[in-house]
Design a protein around this ligand. Structure first.
Ligand SMILES: *Cc1c(COP(=O)(O)O)cnc(C)c1O
Length: 243
C-alpha cells in the first residue's frame, strides 16, 4: 500500500470510531486505536506514524523485535511508537517481548506471569499486561474459565508480581457473520472484567481490548477501550514473515 492509501485508511477508521462512540453514547476518544502491523513491512509502520499513529500491535515477537528496534534506534524520529504484544507468547520469547513493548495483551496463563516478572526484574522495567480471556468458540487462546483467570488476577492483586501492572482484559470474538454471537463474546468480556474488578478492588482493570477490522463497531458498542485493527488500515497480509 502507498503512503496515501494508508493515510486515507487511518482517517477513515478514526472517523468511524468517533461516529461509533457517539452512536453508542460513549465518551469521545474513549477508544484507542491499536494499529496491527504484523506481517507488514517496517515502511508501513513509518507511513502510519506519518499519519499520526503511535500505538501498534504485533503478534510475533521476533518480527516485532526486528521492526521496532530499528525504529527505536532511528535518530531521525522525534516521537517513538508504543508497541503492544497481542499474540500468544512462548516463554523463550518473553525477554524480547518485555524489551520492546509497553504492554503484553495476551497473558493467558500463570507461568507466563512468572516469566514476565523474572524478566522485568532483570531489565529493571515495569510492564502493563492484559489477561486474555477465551470468549469465542473458534479461537484457542486465552484463559478458558472464570476460575482460571481469577486465580491469576488474584496473584497480581496479592502483589506477587510487583513489576507487572494489570490493566484489563483482552479477547478475540469468534470468526462469524453472526452478530449476536459477536455481541455475546464482547459482552462476556465486559462482564468478566466487571466481576474481577469487584473481587479485586485494589487493581485498576480499566481496559477492554476487543474489536478487529470486521467487528470493531460491535466492540465499541459493548464497551471496548482498545480496538486492534490491521487489515482495514494496512490491507491484506502477505504470508507471515519467517519467525
Ligand atoms: C491480527 C490480529 C488482529 C487484527 O486483525 P484484523 O482482522 O486484520 O484487523 C487483532 N488482534 C489480534 C490478536 C490479531 O492477531
Amino acid at each position: 500500500m502507498t503512503f496515501e492509501q494508508i493515510k486515507d485508511n487511518f482517517e477513515k477508521i478514526r472517523y468511524e470510531i468517533l461516529t461509533e462512540e457517539k452512536k453508542s453514547g460513549r465518551t469521545e476518544n474513549s477508544v484507542s486505536l491499536c494499529a496491527v502491523s504484523k506481517f507488514h513491512p517496517v515502511q508501513s509502520v513509518y507511513d502510519a506514524m506519518k499519519s499520526k499513529q503511535f500505538l501498534f500491535g504485533e503478534n510475533r515477537v521476533q518480527e516485532a523485535y526486528e521492526k521496532f528496534t530499528q525504529i527505536q534506534n532511528d535518530s531521525t524520529i522525534s516521537k517513538k511508537p508504543d508497541l503492544h504484544i497481542i499474540g500468544t507468547l512462548q516463554k523463550n520469547k518473553v525477554k524480547k517481548a518485555v524489551e520492546i513493548s509497553s504492554c503484553i495483551e495476551s497473558v493467558d496463563r500463570e507461568d507466563l506471569l512468572v516469566a514476565i516478572e523474572k524478566t522485568c526484574v532483570e531489565l529493571n522495567k515495569k510492564i502493563n499486561i492484559l489477561f486474555e480471556f477465551h470468549t469465542g468458540e473458534e479461537s484457542k487462546s486465552g484463559f478458558l474459565s472464570y476460575d482460571s483467570i481469577k486465580e491469576s488476577v488474584e496473584s497480581c492483586a496479592k502483589g506477587i508480581f510487583p513489576h507487572i501492572v494489570p490493566c484489563g482484559l483482552m479477547t478475540m470474538a469468534p470468526f462469524t457473520d453472526n452478530e449476536i454471537l459477536i455481541h455475546k463474546s464482547f459482552e462476556s468480556l465486559r462482564k468478566t472484567k466487571d466481576s474481577l474488578q469487584k473481587e479485586f478492588p485494589n487493581l485498576m482493570l480499566n481496559e477492554l481490548s476487543m474489536g478487529m477490522s470486521n467487528d470493531y463497531k460491535i466492540a465499541i458498542e459493548e464497551g471496548s477501550t482498545i480496538v486492534r485493527i490491521g487489515t482495514a488500515l494496512f490491507g491484506q497480509r502477505e504470508a507471515p514473515l519467517k519467525n
